[in-house]
Ligand binder design. Structure first.
Ligand SMILES: [Zn+2]
Length: 405
């Protein structure tokens, strides 16, 4: 049984990789998903690591020692971590984990990159008003593809990795609220589309006129913007469920076409990544971290699967394993995993990635993990080693032991 645990990079402060690996082994973990960089400077509380118990992540700085030769055809060059700059933590972790028989899966955030995109607005998603996004790279931009492909090529060629995890595949979706008010569902839908020149050119190849879709999107956006904001705010509880979007897609087939186009090109991009990985590491699984099919995702943009182009059906044949990231209560975990497994229809393995922090109580851990397996999850994954507490780690250890005896 797969027991996977995530880590936000070299964030087990004051602990050697060998000690981390020994502790993970004692818990029963047999795979580590390691963030090789972060797309956003999340602030972490790390009760188990008192030397840096409040720690802010670096954005877009990598935790290995990049070889510039891999990036000679990329205008973006990776920048090494400033906090852990003297070490190659990827190499050190691989050695330490393999010594304990634990697999290593480096996680690469593909399309979100807060620092890079602000330095290089030419790589950004461009919305219907021509405004550049400050978090998301457009994956239809050849320079973005070249950079991420170079990164995957380097990680899979130079390092003894067992698998590769793609995160932030593939694209922007607007958050629920802007600074000055709720972004209602139709506005959030059309406001999440990219109309950059690379998307326009790629759409033309598929016989789609993105400028026509943009014109229609502007009309739909105007209806939302003309609605008095206090009326939208007053109905906030109703407007988070996207209740009206199925009707909008039936009435506005151009929007449906746009969503399909996003999926088509995202799957194409993932296919390019897959080819690189399989060439260098034929036995490695290509993994992807997706939001659950029915509930809102847990991260800063509150993503929905349909709008952020994550489907448990459409990536069949391109990814081997999808981590369904459902950071919620045991009942919700079980429900979402059953939905995801049903959509995958056996063509892709689904693994429940669950919350071992925050609201999760030690007494819930066994029910959460059992529920995931009963719903068809191919093992369990927990986030994460560096942000959990001792009692939650102990609860996981007890559960793993009970399953293996
Ligand atoms: Zn674009």
């Amino acid at each position: 049984m797969k027991v996977s645990m995530c880590m936000f990079g070299p964030t087990a402060h004051g602990e050697t990789p060998a000690k981390t690996a020994r502790t993970l082994k004692s818990v029963g973990v047999n795979e580590v998903v390691y963030f090789t960089s972060l797309y956003h400077g999340y602030r972490l509380l790390q009760p188990r690591f008192p030397s840096k118990a409040i720690y802010t992540l670096e954005a877009d700085r990598v935790f290995w020692d990049p070889d510039p030769a891999y990036y000679k055809d990329s205008s973006i060059k990776p920048q090494k971590s400033a906090d852990f700059g003297d070490k190659d933590n990827v190499a050190a972790m691989i050695t330490a984990l393999h010594k304990e028989g634990i697999a290593f899966s480096p996680l690469v955030p593909m399309c979100a990159a807060e620092r890079i995109v602000q330095d290089r607005p030419d790589l950004a998603v461009e919305n219907l008003y021509g405004a550049k996004d400050r978090l998301f790279l457009c994956y239809n931009n050849p320079e973005v593809r070249a950079y991420r492909i170079a990164m995957v090529r380097e990680l899979s060629a130079r390092y003894d990795i067992d698998h590769l995890m793609l995160d932030k595949i593939p694209q922007i979706m607007l958050e629920q609220s802007a600074f000055n008010g709720l972004i209602d569902p139709p506005l959030r839908t059309v406001g999440s589309f990219c109309f950059c020149r690379h998307c326009v050119a790629r759409a033309r190849k598929s016989g789609i006129d993105l400028n026509e879709i943009k014109r229609r999107s502007l009309v739909i956006a105007r209806r939302s913007l003309d609605m008095p904001p206090w009326l939208i705010a007053a109905q906030g509880a109703k407007l988070i469920g996207d209740t009206e979007i199925p009707l909008l897609l039936l009435e506005e087939p151009l929007l449906h076409t746009m969503l399909q186009f996003r999926f088509e090109t995202a799957v194409e991009f993932v296919g390019e990544i897959r080819a690189i990985l399989k060439r260098n590491k034929p036995r490695a699984d290509l993994q992807a971290a997706f939001v659950p099919p029915s509930h809102v995702g847990h991260d800063m943009t509150s993503p929905r699967s349909w709008l952020t182009s994550q489907s448990y059906q459409k990536y069949r044949g391109q990814v081997d394993e999808i981590f369904c990231c459902i950071h919620a209560e045991p009942d919700i975990v079980r429900f979402e995993i059953a939905r995801a497994v049903a959509a995958a229809e056996g063509a892709v393995r689904v693994v429940a990635s669950m919350r071992l922090y925050g609201k999760t109580r030690p007494e819930e851990v066994a029910a959460m993990c059992d529920g995931a397996l009963e719903a068809g999850s191919a093992g369990v994954s927990l986030l994460g080693y560096d942000v959990t507490s001792d009692c939650l780690l102990h609860a996981l250890k007890t559960w793993v032991k009970s399953r293996r005896t």
